[in-house]
Design a protein around this ligand. Structure first.
Ligand SMILES: *Cc1c(COP(=O)(O)O)cnc(C)c1O
Length: 503
């Protein structure tokens, strides 16, 4: 039905708002968005979303299409992750969630409730021999979603330092296992450095302790199955008890879709919430939300149906060619290096400290310059681990199928950006952080107003346009220098003020 003039005017306003957004297509943004490069796939997804626009995913018994699409997606995911029913084995079952964070949250919630049930079953609550606050053991590189899960669900997050190459030693992880560990988390691969964690070793030892092992394949889940020869990392490894894999990353679906697979029905049932203890309708939810959209589910389903195994294989082959080309390029750029041995279509770039100082390239200056030249590259600040070792600041590139089309221009820009900033001294936030410290600004609790005033001193958040400065390297340096609690509070302020109504 054609829209009337008033509705058209509203859409016109939305189109105008969208002008300010980063481009979601075309390969100029090397994070956040996963562009298959197939325009038809986007049309298919949009049409699928439209078909379920008014459906409530809350109740698949009322809307059986929701259950049917979920069955297909879980079936596809568990086939691709070697979780097909085995005779005498525990079946792998699963749920479509709203994204990687929700999948990780639910994996942790499942593990916590399973652990608590085991504790309470074994000994009287009054005299627990093990503290009733279980631990998650994970490498430092585990996704922030597990920090969130630990805080939301009241677990201790025990982070194990990784080497300078971003890889964790299996023995460092397994040495931390004990009766108070509810879950060990490994990644396939990790987001920051794309390290493929030693999953078989860790899961094997964890299983011997009776501890579940979650593989966070949010980013690798729909890429690594077609990546070629890799050490076993999925349900082919007996001790792996759950895997998260995001449909809205290398499943090319619009945001709002991920799968969480769990080995064993009884384990998975701990993921659910059900209650009849209120006067309203009986509630049963596999995920965090109540009423929910079926839009992303339908889009993801349509894309997976359309692509199939061969479609995915072809798109990942393109990612692999681009990744190899770019890694080779970086290896040849003086003053830069690829961190560690990344696995999958992503990698991090750090300064090559073996180059003479005047030939070194700071990855954040490099990313800022690449931004000016038309490509958005994500920055990761340096990170001090619990043992005091420091992981370097890096630039992070996520390669998608569309990258291949842009490859000549992207290679040019990355080369030119390195040339333009080679020898430039890295930004430091130490002076600014010290000034703040001396001014006493850091000794008082940060209220919303005090936080805003602090931000204003750094020129952040003034005016209506983008609240952040054009160049991000100084801001990243400040994040490295300030205490985490301060930065976290300031980040909250930046974001919260974004959506406050403006006069
Ligand atoms: C993206 C990602 C997540 C979190 O996923 P969201 O979809 O952003 O919520 C978790 N783990 C890894 C490894 C990821 O790459």
């Amino acid at each position: 039905m054609p829209l009337g003039a008033e509705s058209e005017a509203v859409l016109e306003r939305l189109r105008a708002l969208r002008e300010a957004d980063a481009p979601t297509h075309g390969g100029r943004v090397l994070s956040y968005v996963y562009d298959s490069g197939m325009a038809e796939l986007d049309e298919l997804a949009a049409e699928a979303m439209r078909l379920v626009q008014s459906v409530n995913g809350l109740d698949p018994t009322v809307f059986p299409s929701v259950a049917a699409m979920e069955r297909d997606l879980v079936g596809f995911a568990r086939r691709m992750l070697h979780g097909e029913p085995a005779v005498g084995g525990e079946d792998v079952v699963g749920t479509v969630t709203s994204g990687g964070t929700e999948s990780c949250l639910l994996a942790v919630k499942t593990a916590r409730d399973t652990w608590l049930a085991a504790q309470l079953g074994e000994r009287p609550v009054a005299q627990p021999t093990v503290p009733l606050r279980p631990r998650i053991v994970a490498p430092s590189t585990a996704h922030a979603a597990f920090h969130k899960a630990a805080r939301y669900f009241g677990l201790e997050l025990d982070l194990v330092p990784v080497g300078p190459d971003g890889a964790v030693a299996a023995s460092d992880l397994t040495a931390r296992l004990g009766p108070d560990v509810a879950l060990v988390v490994v990644s396939a691969p990790s987001y920051p450095f794309a390290a493929l964690d030693p999953i078989a070793e860790v899961a094997g030892t964890a299983a011997a302790f009776g501890i579940p092992c979650h593989v966070d394949a949010c980013i690798g889940g729909f890429a690594l199955p077609w990546w070629g020869e890799l050490p076993p990392w999925d349900f082919a490894v007996p001790g792996v008890t759950s895997i998260s894999a995001d449909l809205h990353k290398y499943g090319y679906a619009p945001k709002g879709a991920s799968v969480l697979l769990q080995r064993g029905r009884d384990r998975q049932r701990a993921q659910y919430f059900a209650t009849t203890r209120w006067p309203g309708y009986p509630v049963v939810n596999p995920t965090l939300l109540g009423s929910k959209s079926a839009g992303a589910l339908a889009a993801a389903w349509a894309i997976v149906q359309r692509l199939g195994d061969d479609g995915f294989a072809g798109l990942i082959a393109s990612c692999q060619r681009s990744t190899e080309s770019l890694r080779e390029l970086i290896a040849g750029l003086e003053g830069l290096r690829v961190v560690g041995e990344p696995v999958g279509p992503l990698f991090a770039v750090a300064t090559d400290d073996s180059a003479p100082k005047r030939h070194r390239v700071d990855p954040h200056h490099w990313a800022d310059r690449a931004g000016e030249l038309g490509f958005t590259v994500q920055m990761q600040p340096a990170f001090t681990q619990s043992d005091g070792s420091v992981l370097p600041r890096t630039a992070h590139l996520t390669i998608t199928p569309v990258t291949e089309r842009m490859l000549p221009e992207l290679r040019d820009v990355l080369t030119r950006a390195a040339h333009d900033v080679r020898g430039r001294r890295p930004a430091s936030g130490k002076l600014a952080a010290r000034a703040l410290w001396l001014s006493g600004a850091l000794s008082k609790p940060l209220t919303a107003d005090r936080a805003a005033a602090l931000l204003a001193r750094f020129g952040i958040g003034k005016g209506d346009a983008s609240p952040l400065p054009g160049k991000m390297a100084p801001l990243m340096a400040l994040i490295e220098a300030l205490p985490a609690e301060t930065t976290e509070r300031l980040l909250i302020e930046v974001l919260a003020r974004q959506s406050e109504p403006r006069e």
